[in-house]
Ligand binder design. Structure first.
Ligand code: GLC
Length: 455
């Protein structure tokens, strides 16, 4: 039976904490009604009504290699696709159901295409798998909190065998862990009310997962949802503990720490517009500059950002999303060093932006024009080895101007531009610190290699 082990945990998390930036892909039958992936639940749609989409599912413009190239171009290091969402429709050739993409007019196994295309681009692969299943006859219907037929008294749960559903769930996870090569990440979704942990037979499930895919990392939603942290944060990792916490559509105010105050891995999952699955009416896309700043914010707080795309029914990533990914990629081409492998700087947040840090280098993400020289809060003058514009490598001298003579304890950088930023979205400067031992290292680096959890 799987048991948490600190060293093995740190080892499997290494790529993830280096990667920092991933792509979430919500795609399925729900792209046809184009009112989001919860359309069946929200509209309480009868099964036979929803099956109309099954018989017309033909994403003729879907080129998974194009999606993979776009993720790569954006600087994303991993990607997660909805192998099965709450509607129960499978994007892969499951032997346990006919409700799958290979039985629709397109006849394609999109999980296979996804894993192959992403790997070809050197992008790590993750599979999202819904614990809920509104198609399966043995999943609770009447009275369930979310099922499309939750208000249908005639759809009672007598004769529904939940254990048969769990056999199906575990069987499908076994298929995904056995038939698609090495998986880097499993993204379960989600636990609610009493439907959590043991109710999913999660210990047995994770024992199988960690046997078949010993290096895979798993989110915390066998235990919780976007609400709640999970047992790793509580310092008592269960047999089905999440390896990372999954705040949704928000960024935690100060990152996420365990009960001992140590940072733990987390990932904010955020949509570019307001929807996960393709929504025709939802054109409220966040500006690319904002998405760049949110990525920097996540990393500055020791977390990852997984940014969602919801391809349309023909398999195309919406143009608004594509344009944003290209712009983010342009920014990442100049500034990825301030994102990959970086984390919480352990210094006070600068007034005009955010710090990320890797080793002895502080990356100052300047998000606001400053009037005059740029203050570097927390940095001591005798620890500064160099200051450079990251995009050009050009030097920024420490300012000796009289204008800040009243603040002798604060180091100011002479940006030479009167505060006008080369990149108004996020201009990064690299402040390389002398290695003066633990005395001046950031606070969290002054301790030892503490365990994440008390043994
Ligand atoms: C929420 C949504 C679900 C989506 C997930 C992504 O759980 O209900 O549809 O897949 O967030 O984080």
């Amino acid at each position: 039976m799987y048991r948490f082990e600190e060293a093995a945990y740190r080892k499997r998390m290494r790529w993830y904490e280096e990667a920092r930036f991933g792509m979430f892909i919500h795609f399925g039958l729900y792209a046809i009604p184009a009112r989001g992936e919860w359309v069946r639940s929200e509209e309480e749609t009868e099964e036979r009504e929803y099956l109309r989409y099954f018989s017309e599912f033909q994403p003729d413009r879907l080129d998974m290699r194009e999606w993979a190239r776009l993720a790569k171009r954006a600087g994303m290091c991993y990607a997660v696709i909805t192998a099965k969402h709450h509607d129960g429709f499978c994007l892969y050739d499951s032997a346990l159901t006919e409700f799958k993409s290979t039985k629709t007019p397109c006849g394609r196994d999109f999980v296979r295409e996804f894993t192959e295309a992403m790997r070809e681009e050197g992008i790590r692969v993750g599979l999202y798998y819904s614990l809920l299943d509104w198609h399966h006859p043995d999943y609770p219907h009447y009275g369930d909190k979310f099922h499309p037929l939750r208000h249908c008294a005639g759809c009672g749960n007598e004769g529904r065998d939940f254990n048969a559903y769990l056999e199906y769930l575990h069987g499908q996870v076994r298929e995904l862990c056995s038939n698609y090569g090495r998986l880097d990440l499993l993204w379960f979704d989600f636990s609610y009310e009493e439907m959590r942990g043991d109710r999913w037979k999660a210990a047995e499930l994770m024992d199988m997962v960690r046997t078949l895919q010993p290096e895979v990392i798993v989110n915390n939603r066998l235990e919780v949802s976007g609400e709640g942290y999970g047992s790793l944060q509580a310092g008592k990792p269960s047999a089905y503990h999440g390896d990372f916490v999954t705040p949704e559509q928000m960024i935690p105010p100060e990152g996420i720490r365990d009960i001992h105050g140590r940072g733990i891995p987390w990932e904010a999952c955020i949509t570019m517009n307001r929807s996960w699955g393709y929504t025709e009416q939802d054109r409220s896309y966040k500006p690319a500059g904002m998405l760049i700043r949110k990525l920097a914010e996540c990393v500055s707080k020791g977390g990852n950002l997984i940014l969602n795309v919801g391809p349309d029914a023909r398999g195309r990533i919406p143009e608004e999303a594509r344009q944003r990914l290209l712009r983010i990629g342009d920014w990442m081409r100049e500034n990825a060093e301030s994102i990959y492998g970086c984390g919480d700087a352990g210094y006070p947040k600068p007034e005009y932006g955010r710090y990320t840090r890797k080793g002895n280098t502080l990356y100052y993400h300047i998000l606001e024009d400053t009037a005059g020289p740029l203050p570097l809060p927390g940095v001591k003058r005798d620890t500064v080895e160099s200051i450079r514009w990251l995009y050009s490598g050009a030097e920024l001298p420490i300012s000796r101007s009289w204008v800040h003579s009243d603040y002798p304890d604060i180091v100011f950088a002479d940006t030479g531009t009167d505060g006008l930023l080369p990149d108004p979205d996020d201009t990064v400067i690299a402040v390389r610190l002398r290695d003066t031992g633990s005395a001046d290292a950031a606070p969290e680096e002054q301790g030892g290699e503490d365990d994440h959890v008390s043994q």
